[in-house]
Design a protein. Structure first.
Length: 70
């Protein structure tokens, strides 16, 4: 059995099934591989809430909290 404090992927038994399902859907959306619109690198990702950037070429764009497109 897992001891308290040990981390598993996701939220475990916290918050109830409804929220866990929502979280995993949002999480997979967030972790999805994205292509940089400028250089085509797959490193393109979220830098902060609402800010998406490419570490390769420095391209930065505003988006929503969990996705680039609105
Ligand atoms: Zn780029």
């Amino acid at each position: 059995m897992l001891k308290p404090g040990e981390s598993l992927k996701g939220l475990r038994q916290k918050y109830g099934i409804k929220h866990r399902k929502k979280f995993s859907a949002v999480h997979s959306l967030l972790k999805q591989k994205r292509k940089c619109p400028q250089c085509g690198s797959l490193k393109f990702g979220r830098e902060a809430v609402g800010i998406w950037s490419c570490p390769k070429c420095g391209y930065k764009v505003a988006g929503t909290a969990y996705d680039v497109s609105v």
